[in-house]
Design a protein around this ligand. Structure first.
Ligand code: 4AD
Ligand code: MG
Length: 476
């Protein structure tokens, strides 16, 4: 019978004839194959009877080769594993040239592995990261399903700029060299595929709102695109966003939901991905040893995740945060790149990280931001200058999620759109929600890769998505 490595290592099926297929991670002393098939971080040791094995066959057992092994699962004689396979026959399914195969059984830099992203999940680190990614994705769907949410597939191609940031990728099939022009020599999008200008979505929120206002509790979880030219370790041009949207829920409810959701999803990973987390924790500890003492983390990876799961997120208004920042040491000593002078300043990631990592030392939800630094759809507060916005900030990551209570009053929303030059014709359907049975509603968007970064301890967002899309890079 065919088994996976995970089954063989965790189930009580010793002393049975078994079959297994996988890739050779290493072949030692012409005798010991470390075999991996992706089902677990662990390899199974396969012991080859080299005296009775054809020499040409032995030569083809190389790192990276795909093999089909038949044998007996027995208690291991050696240290380091409970069971091993006594190989009775081995078939090479696919050879791997040992001279050319990039993933040698040694340490590779992440830069090198990014260039070989099609093979990097053959390393322990990347297979662990991607198993966690898969698990977190499942946990997200599970959380929402368990809590009565419906999954909505919002469109990827849209005609509206939800965030109003204008950082969109155009979708067109017009001839780039010779596009149809209007009299004023602007491009005539009426002749484009959709008969209008269209882009890849920056957020499914506006469409999700329409579903929340009928199905009640919904979420969308899909690819999102931003043409920001920011080459940071936290930005991608293509990333996955989770966006719940709930009718009759205010900002306080939104904060409760965000906190409960994040704790639940991270808790799921703690429970179901223990071995991968333990491996990544060790990797981080080794990496930390090369850092100066002051920069080392006080908590291990698993401790950090547990800390988030077990402790309340601190809720702080923007106004309180500005006071804290203004009086902070790095502000007074001009250590911040952007000095906080007055109320109204946009917070940079250095400020967010100061609040989370130095001041509060726990996840923080900042709320009630100045209206003019946030998107048009956020609910204006009674003070007329702040909106019911919230940002969830995490240690080591900064902004993990952002959301708000939505402006449900037609006139106020129209006013806001006018001030920002957003044409009503573009969002007529969005305005309709405020005409027909409008109600308080709220939601947020969580950057899935940032969550995966936090859960895996990986420092660069390019290393938590299979094929990162960043400025000047769309390989694979
Ligand atoms: O804060 P953002 O821009 O919020 C929205 O798009 C809202 N429409 C969400 C909503 O209320 N439904 O983006 C949400 C999150 C950010 O907090 C961040 O985690 C992530 O998406 N994000 C990115 N992740 C990776 N690369 C980028 N370029 C990102 N831009 C935002
Ligand atoms: Mg944001």
């Amino acid at each position: 019978m065919n088994y996976t490595v995970s089954q063989l290592l965790t189930q009580d099926i010793t002393f049975q004839p078994i079959e297994i297929k996988g890739w050779v991670r290493a072949f030692r002393a012409n005798r010991f194959i470390a075999l991996n098939d992706g089902s677990t971080i662990n390899n199974i040791q396969c012991v080859v009877d080299f005296e009775n094995t054809d020499e040409d066959l032995l030569k083809r057992i190389t790192t990276g080769a795909a093999v089909h092994i038949k044998g007996d699962l027995v208690e291991s004689q050696g240290k380091g594993q409970k069971v091993e396979i006594q190989v009775s026959s081995i078939e090479i399914l696919g050879d791997s040239d040992p001279e050319a195969y990039p993933i040698q059984p040694k340490k590779h830099t992440f830069e090198f592995l990014r260039k070989n992203a099609h093979l990097r999940t053959r390393t322990n680190t990347f297979s662990a990261v991607m198993r966690l990614r898969s698990s977190l994705s499942f946990a997200i769907h599970k959380y929402f399903t368990d809590n009565g949410f419906y999954h909505v597939h919002t469109p990827i191609i849209t005609g509206s700029d939800a965030e109003g940031a204008g950082e969109m990728f155009r979708v067109t099939n017009l001839d780039a060299k010779n596009p149809p022009l209007n009299d004023d020599s602007s491009i005539n999008y009426k002749e484009d595929f959709f008969g209008k200008e269209t882009n890849l979505t920056v957020s499914g929120q506006l469409e999700a709102e329409t579903y929340a206002m009928s199905l009640g509790k919904v979420y969308t979880f899909g690819p999102t695109f931003r043409a920001e030219n920011s080459n940071t370790s936290r930005h991608l041009a293509e990333f996955w966003m989770v966006e719940p949207e709930v009718a009759f829920m205010d900002l306080a409810g939104n904060m409760d939901l965000a906190e409960d959701f994040m704790k639940s999803v991270l808790g799921y990973a703690l429970e179901h991905n223990r071995e991968d987390l333990e491996f990544l924790e060790q990797r981080l500890l080794t990496e930390e040893k090369s850092k100066p003492q002051a920069e080392r983390s006080e908590m291990s990876l698993i401790e950090k995740i547990k800390f988030v799961v077990d402790n309340n997120f601190k809720r702080v208004s923007y106004t309180e945060a500005i006071d804290i920042l203004r009086n902070s040491k790095p502000n007074k000593k001009k250590k911040f790149k952007y000095i906080i002078e007055e109320w109204g300043a946009d917070l940079q990631s250095e400020h967010e990280r100061f609040l989370v990592e130095k001041h509060f030392k726990c996840p923080v939800i900042l709320f009630d931001y100045p209206a003019n630094i946030k998107a048009f759809y956020m609910r204006l507060n009674e003070d007329g200058k702040t909106v019911r916005a919230m940002d969830v900030l995490f240690p080591g990551i900064g902004e993990m999620a952002g959301g708000s209570q939505r402006e449900e009053r037609l006139e106020v929303l129209k006013e806001k759109m006018k001030a920002l030059d957003i044409p009503e014709e573009e969002l007529w359907w969005y305005l309709d929600l405020r005409k027909y049975g409008t109600a308080v509603h709220s939601g947020f968007g969580l950057g899935f890769e940032r969550l995966v970064m936090f859960a895996t301890g990986m420092g660069n967002i390019r290393d938590v998505i299979p094929y990162p899309r960043t400025p000047q890079n769309a390989e694979f």
